[in-house]
Ligand binder design. Structure first.
Ligand code: SAH
Length: 397
């Protein structure tokens, strides 16, 4: 049997059902503790705490599969976990064919992310295996995914940098079924989007912003919209469908912008209402300010400015800058949708940064709503780290 025994006091977080064991909390290991091995995790006094997967290269040295001493870690466990995750989405997710099917810790499969695009035979599952544990159980997980969804096509996008911290190589490719359809598209709240599973960011599409794109669409009627960090045009297309007078979109990825422009044609929207700018948002916002440009609705959905706690100060300055200029570019009565997907920056801090930006812009602003990812990105009560996407909807008075 493989056993890791914790230092005295280090059992507390596991007793609260937090699923991670840090290397610094371990007193001793016994047996063959290798990458992905199942280990029993014991408190200093020998008490059973959990079973988990060992990860010799990572600071997160083990991730919990189960807190139940009577639950073995076997194929059946992964079948149950995948089935439960799929059932949750069937109950909660509507009006879309792009769904986050597995969201790591929240679905009790730490390190696994799976998005499901389309449906059935022609659907496409896209997976990221981001821990030694899920790497070890890859075959079982893929089998369970195919069985539970009825989707035969599984593609792997395990090319995120986090894999290197686990000592795992970056890999991409077909795990089951056919090569991804280069013309694959999804429909979300009536808007069609192409998804580039092979070369797009992450798994190809930012599924997490679904509800927020819907809200932008609902409020876009007749407005001049500016969408910053637009990627393949998520918010832009929602705004066009919602009847925006015009939509100006900025991204520094030419490939993403090409897909965005194709999305306009895919939906049969009038291309004359959409302007795509291949540019740096920071520069472009300052240029717009110098030109006296004004908008009625602005979306700021930047990439993760703070990859870890060490980057918080620099990230805070970057968030402040775009929000400050964003606020200045809004007409009175205008709406600002602003987001942070940095896990290291919590809602309270983000709120403070954005409020500070409004003050410095000498704007009176009201916060109408706090925003988050959709219900297919549930948050485990014991794992606050899972809450990464946060947003605010502000109205300039
Ligand atoms: N809102 C999008 C997702 C945004 S992802 C959606 O709903 O699909 C963040 C995007 O920011 C990426 O497409 C990336 O290419 C772009 N990006 C990152 N830094 C940038 C910068 N300085 N200027 C412009 N775009 C940038």
């Amino acid at each position: 049997m493989n056993v890791i025994t914790l230092k005295p006091g280090k059992e507390k977080s596991l007793l609260r059902r937090h699923p991670w064991v840090y290397a610094t909390g371990i007193a001793a290991t016994e047996g063959r503790c290798e990458a992905g091995s199942t280990v029993v995790i014991r408190a200093a006094d020998g008490r059973f705490l959990a079973r988990g997967a060992y990860s010799p290269e990572s600071q997160i040295r083990a991730r919990v599969w189960t807190f139940d001493e009577n639950e073995p870690v076997d194929h059946a466990l992964f079948k149950r976990r995948v089935a439960a995750a799929v059932a949750h989405r069937r109950q909660w997710v509507r009006d879309t064919s792009a769904v986050r099917l597995i969201f790591g810790e929240a679905d009790r499969i730490p390190g696994l992310v799976v998005d499901y695009y389309g449906e059935g035979e022609r659907g496409q599952l896209v997976c990221q295996f981001n821990s030694a544990g899920v790497e070890q159980w890859k075959d079982a997980l893929v089998q369970a995914l195919v069985k539970e969804t009825g989707c035969p096509n599984v593609y792997e996008r395990s090319d995120a940098a986090v894999r290197q911290r686990e000592g795992l190589e970056l890999v991409t490719g077909v795990l089951a079924g056919a090569e991804p359809d280069p013309e694959l598209s999804v429909t979300e709240h009536g808007v069609k989007y192409y998804v580039d599973v092979r070369n797009g960011h992450k798994t190809g599409f930012y599924v997490d912003q679904r509800d927020n794109r819907k809200l932008v669409g609902d409020l876009a009627q007749g407005r001049e919209v500016l969408n910053c960090f637009c990627y393949t045009g998520g918010f832009s297309l929602a705004a066009l469908r919602g009847g925006a007078a015009s939509v100006t979109s900025i991204d520094s990825s030419g490939d993403a912008l090409k897909i965005a422009a194709n999305n306009v044609a895919l939906n049969g929207f009038d291309a004359g209402r959409a302007t795509w700018l291949d540019a740096d948002v920071f520069k472009m916002l300052r240029e717009f300010r110098a030109e006296g440009r004004q908008f009625d609705l602005i979306v700021l959905d930047p990439p993760k400015f703070a990859p870890s706690a060490a980057h918080i100060d620099r990230a805070a300055r970057a968030y402040k800058e775009i929000n400050l200029v964003g606020m200045q570019l809004l007409r009175p009565g205008g709406l600002l949708f602003t987001y942070s997907c940095s896990g290291a920056i919590g809602m309270e801090l983000f709120h403070k940064i954005v409020a500070g930006a409004a003050t410095d812009a000498r704007a009176d602003a009201r916060i109408l709503r706090r925003l988050s990812a959709g219900t297919d990105h549930p948050m485990s009560a014991a794992f606050p780290e899972g809450e990464y996407l946060k947003g605010l909807l502000l109205e300039k008075v």
